[in-house]
Design a protein around this ligand. Structure first.
Ligand code: SF4
Length: 232
């Protein structure tokens, strides 16, 4: 398209997509700590900002701040990390509308793309090629009323649901939601004890005693690098 000033211009939609800016907390390469890809190398894009305030949040540093980056800048940084598996996380990634475009552009590259989202925002607009990891909140987080249970209808067998458990009451809540929404029939489900607060062996015993078909999440990155609080 040639504008009145004679310069060659990209179509408006393409220009908008190129100019879209995200507020990024950090981009790093690590080992995926949980879920179906646990143990595999993975690049992470941690976006800044979150609409929740979980009592045990371990990434509160992502609630604010961050650096503005265009989508091409994010893609270029990821290219440097040389990993074709990438997780977009937060904070809460879906509070930034541009995240949807980033996810699409990552999928277009043929990469394995994961999105970790806190379960309070609609996942339906997310590109269907993305593995959506929905982190529904248990009572100890103090954010449980924010769960958007209509998200369950969007889940497919390549998606994942995670419950972070701080105590037995959280476990009982997760078990009840598992049954009420038939979650194990829809996707992979992980029960992840809060690191240093609830003994994983205790959760393992509960799972086995109740015959639940869920995965125990151990947050491998925290076992590998217990002192590191960012970039893992
Ligand atoms: S949703 Fe995630 S980033 Fe936001 S407060 Fe909860 S744990 Fe922290």
């Amino acid at each position: 398209m040639r504008a009145r000033d004679g310069l060659q211009r990209a179509p408006a939609a393409a220009r908008m997509a190129t100019m879209a800016t995200l507020t990024v907390c950090e981009i790093f390469l690590s080992i995926q700590g949980e879920g179906r890809s646990a143990g595999l190398p993975c690049s992470f894009v941690r976006l800044a900002g979150c609409n929740l305030r979980c009592s045990w949040c371990d990434t509160a540093y992502a609630w604010s701040g961050g650096e503005p980056m265009s989508i091409p800048q994010v893609l270029s940084r990821l290219e440097q990390l040389r990993c074709r598996r990438v997780e977009v996380t937060g904070g809460e990634p879906l509070v930034q509308p541009e995240t949807l475009e980033l996810l699409k552009r990552l999928c277009d590259r043929g990469w394995t793309v994961l999105l970790e989202t806190n379960g309070s925002l609609d996942i339906a607009p997310v590109d269907r090629r993305v593995v959506r990891i929905v982190d529904f909140k248990c009572p100890s987080s103090n954010q449980e009323p924010k769960n958007l249970w209509t998200n369950v209808a969007s889940l497919t067998d390549k998606d994942e649901v995670k419950f972070v458990l701080a105590d037995r009451a959280d476990y009982d809540y997760a078990r009840q939601k598992l049954a009420a929404h038939q979650l194990c029939r829809r996707c992979t489900v992980t029960f992840s004890p809060v690191f240093g607060r609830l003994d994983p062996a205790e959760v393992a015993r509960w799972i086995l005693a109740d015959g639940l078909d869920v995965r125990l999440g151990l947050q491998l990155h925290k076992i590998l690098w217990p002192q590191q609080t960012r970039g893992v």
